[in-house]
Structure formats: structure tokens, C-alpha cells
Design a protein around this ligand. Structure first.
Ligand code: FAD
Length: 371
């Protein structure tokens, strides 16, 4: 059992940004992450599914700088480059399987969706350069927290199933509140209304799955198509251009069928059906992708709980404290879903981390103030 000032649970954007802020304030911390990688819902990979500096986003792709100043500032601070989501060209709408699709002139976007050069993984990589590797423990899952007079004892399960305990003064839980409620045990337990709020807060995009097809080139542009399509036929409900900044051609789609049905279908038949749809919509050249990628977030137990298998709504930016009762002095929540603005989005992760950081600084200052 070691003594450490702050433990951050989760090395997604929120956890890494909180770590960056604590480091800048010279407050000792450790980041504890259950996966063997950083980023959480941010995953940018190459055609072989390996981490890539010019890859395809299996999680988030976009941010909206005009309405999300916190992420716009962080992108600028970290020196990252952005480019607009391709919307040049026509849009296709598939209404019914019996009918051929309809083609509409692309109207452009009121609010341009922006992408990061290198994918959203670039944000995670840049944040990680501000956090010493020795202060990030990978493949360690926090399973329980117990409140003590002078701090919190964390129970941590390693990948080999061995268990260790870590004593800290403060905890920042940088994971979705619903997942926290379902997978971490508290002693004493959280107040019922607070636990209910965590449980009732849907984890944004957790019920969804993303399919990506990589091509030699973005052939749909030759035909005056933007790569954007909407479909009531499926399996993809929404398709967009996912070509990288360096020019690798790709299309991605959100699967429009529920998690249980996806699981029953299996990845191979899902892939077949998605490629068939791309051929239907974009023509014969779509039949031979160089590679396909598929990520079902509802099946990812470090993002989704069984409650997320049902298509959930958007988390709401409610007011009021996320932590109440005896835990108030020792625990802060930083997962994107707890943000007062843009909850569920990358921008929400940044704002929630800033808020949790401020809470921790205030609590540590109060603890050191003369009585
Ligand atoms: C398919 C998809 C598309 C999306 N598209 C967009 C988009 O275009 N734009 C946008 O702004 N947002 C989008 N989002 C949402 C965005 O990904 C999230 O808002 C953001 O990544 C959340 O970051 P976070 O750090 O709060 O949580 P997470 O990224 O979920 O990080 C939580 C971390 O905690 C770890 N963890 C969980 N439990 C434990 C435990 N007990 N012990 C230790 N570690 C634990 C997890 O492994 C994970 O690394 C999308 C999400 C998905 C899945």
C-alpha cells in the first residue's frame, strides 16, 4: 500500500487531460487504466487494426470548434492540425430496399465537423507526451474504493488477476458514471439518489458500432459523391467519408441495428452486409476494399454495461453535484458524461476534467489550510 496524492481512474481523454493539469500544478498523481492502451473510446488504427499516426477512427472522429471552445483551445494548445469533414459532392438517401436510392445535391454543413490530422488518436498521443509514462499504470482495473479518515483505499486487479491496494488522498474517476456504478464497489455505498443518477446517465455512443472500409483511393469523389449517405435499409444507417489527411481512401458507417441483433449476426456476416450496402450505394468499385474494420462498442465491457445494449439517449447536462454524502470530500467525477456542457463528447471530457481538477485543487488547499 503506497501513499499517493491523487489517483485518476481511466486514461481516456478526460483522465489524460486531468493528469496533464495536475502535472502542470505539481500535484503528485497516478493514472490507473484497465486496458493495455491509452485513449478509452478514442481508437485510431491502420488497415491491420494497429495503432496508427494516420489511421481510421473506430471511436470519435469529429469536433465542432464553433460550439466547443474547450476542445478547440486544447487542440490549439497541443499544436494539432485539423481539417474539415469532406462534404463536397452529392449525398445519397436509401429509403426502401425495393426502391433505388435518391441522390441530392450536398447542402454543405451549417456547422463544419472538424477532424484531426492523424485521427483523434493524435489528441491522445499529444496529451500523453505531457504525462510521464511511469505515472500511468496500464492493465490495472479498479474494482473497489473504501473511504478512510485520511483518504481512499483502492482495490486494483492486475491483468494476471492478482490484487493490490493503493491509498490515496483524492480520486478522480474519469470514466462513464454508469460504468462506475456497475463495476466499482464503494464502502460506504453511494447515496441512493446519486447511484441512480450515475446509473441513469447513458454512456454516449456505447450502444453503437462502427464499420470502416479502406480503399485504394476515394473513388466516390470521381462520381461527384461526398461519401455521405443515409439509409433506412441498412445495415449502416449513416455513412461518411473517412479518408485520412494523408489521402488513404475510406468510408465509415454507424450500424443501424441493435446490439443484440449485431451479436447474433456476428462480425463476418455484418462485414458482408456492409460491403453489399456500399456497392449498392457507391457502385461496383466498393466491392473490393483493401481492408475492413469493425468495432462494436456495446460489446466493450470497459465502455458499455448491459444497460447500454439498448439504444440510449444523450446524457443531459444536468446541474447538481455528481458526488454527495461522505464521498464528497474524496471523489470527483470527470468522465465526459458528467460535463456541464457538451456531455458525452470529446469536448465534454475536456470540460469535466477541468472541473474535477479545480475541485481537487480546492479540496487539497482546504486540507492544508490552518484550522
Ligand atoms: C463510436 C463512437 C463515436 C463517437 N463519436 C464522437 C465524435 O465524433 N465527437 C465527439 O466529440 N465524441 C464522440 N464520441 C464520444 C467520445 O468518444 C467520448 O466523449 C470521449 O472519448 C470520452 O472520454 P472519457 O475520457 O470521458 O471516457 P472514456 O474514453 O470512456 O475513458 C474511460 C477510461 O476508463 C477506463 N476504465 C473503465 N473502468 C475502469 C476501471 N474500473 N479501472 C481502470 N480503468 C477503467 C476505460 O478503459 C477507458 O480507457 C464517440 C464515441 C464512440 C464510441
Amino acid at each position: 500500500m503506497t501513499d499517493m496524492t491523487v489517483a485518476i481512474i481511466g486514461a481516456g481523454v478526460a483522465g489524460l487531460y486531468a493528469a496533464h493539469l495536475l502535472r502542470a500544478a505539481a500535484i503528485p498523481f497516478i493514472v490507473i487504466e484497465a486496458r493495455d492502451r491509452l485513449g478509452g473510446r478514442v481508437v485510431t488504427v491502420d488497415e491491420a487494426g494497429q495503432p496508427s499516426h494516420d489511421g481510421f477512427d473506430l471511436g470519435p472522429s469529429w469536433f465542432w470548434p464553433h460550439t466547443q471552445p474547450a476542445i478547440a483551445s486544447l487542440v490549439a494548445e497541443l499544436g494539432l492540425s485539423a481539417f474539415g469533414q469532406n462534404s463536397d459532392g452529392d449525398v445519397i438517401i436509401e429509403r426502401m430496399s425495393r426502391e433505388t436510392f435518391q441522390r441530392y445535391r450536398g447542402a454543405g454543413m451549417d456547422q463544419q465537423s472538424m477532424r484531426l490530422v492523424g485521427g483523434t488518436g493524435a489528441l491522445v498521443r499529444a496529451l500523453a507526451t505531457h504525462v510521464p509514462a511511469a505515472q500511468i499504470w496500464l492493465e490495472r482495473r479498479v474494482t473497489a474504493m473504501a473511504l478512510h479518515a485520511d483518504g481512499v483505499a483502492l482495490t486494483i486487479r492486475r491483468a494476471d488477476s492478482s490484487v493490490e491496494e493503493l491509498k490515496v488522498k483524492q480520486v478522480i474517476a474519469a470514466l462513464p458514471p454508469r460504468l462506475l456504478d456497475a463495476t466499482v464497489t464503494f464502502a460506504p455505498t453511494q447515496e441512493p439518489a446519486t447511484a441512480r443518477r450515475w446509473r441513469d446517465t447513458p454512456t454516449w455512443m456505447a450502444p453503437h458500432a462502427k464499420f470502416i472500409a479502406v480503399y485504394e483511393r476515394a473513388f466516390w469523389c470521381d462520381a461527384g459523391l461526398s461519401g455521405t449517405a443515409q439509409s433506412m435499409v441498412g445495415p449502416m444507417a449513416e455513412i461518411h467519408d473517412a479518408s485520412t489527411a494523408a489521402g488513404a481512401g475510406a468510408l465509415f458507417g454507424f450500424i443501424g441495428i441493435g446490439a443484440e441483433h449485431r451479436a447474433a449476426m456476428g462480425e463476418a456476416s455484418m462485414t458482408r452486409a456492409c460491403v453489399e450496402q456500399l456497392v449498392r450505394v457507391f457502385g461496383a468499385e466498393a466491392a473490393a476494399p483493401k481492408a475492413t474494420l469493425f468495432k462494436d462498442w456495446a460489446a466493450d465491457e470497459l465502455t458499455a454495461t448491459p444497460a447500454d445494449r439498448i439504444m440510449g439517449g444523450h446524457p443531459s447536462a444536468g446541474n447538481g453535484p455528481w458526488v454527495t454524502g461522505p464521498w464528497q470530500d474524496r471523489l470527483a467525477l470527470a468522465g465526459s458524461e458528467t460535463s456541464p456542457s457538451e456531455p458525452g463528447y470529446l469536448a465534454g471530457a475536456v470540460v469535466a476534467a477541468q472541473r474535477a481538477f479545480k475541485e481537487i485543487v480546492a479540496k487539497l488547499a482546504a486540507a492544508h489550510a490552518p484550522q
